[in-house]
Design a protein around this ligand. Structure first.
Ligand code: XBP
Ligand code: MG
Length: 263
């Protein structure tokens, strides 16, 4: 039976619904503060999420807008300045307490601490944004909860490139089959799966219906044991949150069944 040694957490969409009400709002405020007539509505932002990295996302969108600077260098500089401002504004939104952790996240983290299953953060988001979010919810010493914290600045290539997960495995000194990643997006799941790290997909608002290939299990969130594929055994109360025992159940089950694909 595979031994679970580490849980690797994605941040945006997985720990909290940060995108629609956090990053998106802050991007728009940064555009406005700069006097730019740009506004990313919920649907447009959803389509931009396939571009990972906030600066990269701005640049991608800018390259398709008429009111953008003409030289590539000026567009780069503007994207950098907007992204910096966006992250400051995002920090303010998060520090106001407007964005809770998704239900079931803190419970599973606490269980990892109690059972000495190490944890890592594996995200393409900027470190300052992770710090703002986790400081609010786990306290000033949040980083002590994690044996590795790998963020956007730590890698050359963002998800779906597996670099962020490779770094996390290296720091933890564990093999891919000894870890489980928790992700919400196809790009994030692809990054972990590229290294054969088993992935739990907890559906988030923006990726509720996205096709996911090859996940260990796909479900609505960690706060309940119902509606996961593969289904969890009945018995433990289904209104309880997903536990490490459940994660280990899926790891065992994957030996007997093909991994899940969902649309
Ligand atoms: C998150 C991202 C980030 C955030 C914005 O992806 O792609 O770009 O949207 O944060 P994942 P930054 O959940 O796969 O880590 O502006 O700091 O990039
Ligand atoms: Mg995510």
């Amino acid at each position: 039976m595979p031994m679970l040694k580490a849980l690797l957490w994605d941040v945006d969409g997985t720990l909290a619904e940060t995108e629609r009400d956090g990053h998106r709002v802050a991007f728009n405020a940064a555009f406005e503060a700069r006097g730019l007539p740009w506004h990313w509505d919920e649907a447009h932002y959803g389509s931009l999420l396939r571009i990972t990295g906030g600066r990269e996302r701005i640049l991608y969108d800018m390259n398709r807008r008429e009111a953008s600077p003409t030289s590539a260098g000026d567009r780069e500089a503007l994207a950098r300045a907007l992204h910096e401002r966006k992250n400051e504004l995002y920090g303010e939104v998060v520090r106001s307490g407007a964005i809770p952790l998704r239900e079931g996240v803190a419970t599973l983290m606490q269980e990892c601490r109690a059972r000495n299953v190490r944890m890592a953060i594996a995200t393409t988001t900027s470190r300052a944004n992770v710090d703002a979010l986790l400081r609010v919810h786990l306290g000033d010493r949040w980083s002590e909860w994690f044996a590795a914290v790998v963020c956007g600045e730590d890698v050359q290539r963002k998800k779906p490139d597996p670099e962020v997960y490779l770094r996390a495995l290296e720091v933890l000194d564990v093999q891919s089959y000894e870890a489980v990643a928790i992700e919400d997006s196809p790009n994030g799941a692809a990054a972990a799966l590229a290294l054969d790290i088993p992935v739990l997909v907890t559906r988030s608002a923006y990726f509720a219906d996205s096709a996911v290939q090859g996940a260990l299990a796909v479900g609505p969130g960690l706060d309940r044991r119902n509606d996961w594929r593969p289904a969890l055994p009945q018995g433990a109360a289904n209104d309880e949150s997903v536990s490490l025992e459940d994660v280990e159940y899926w790891l065992q089950a994957v030996d007997a069944e093909a991994p899940v694909s969902a649309t």
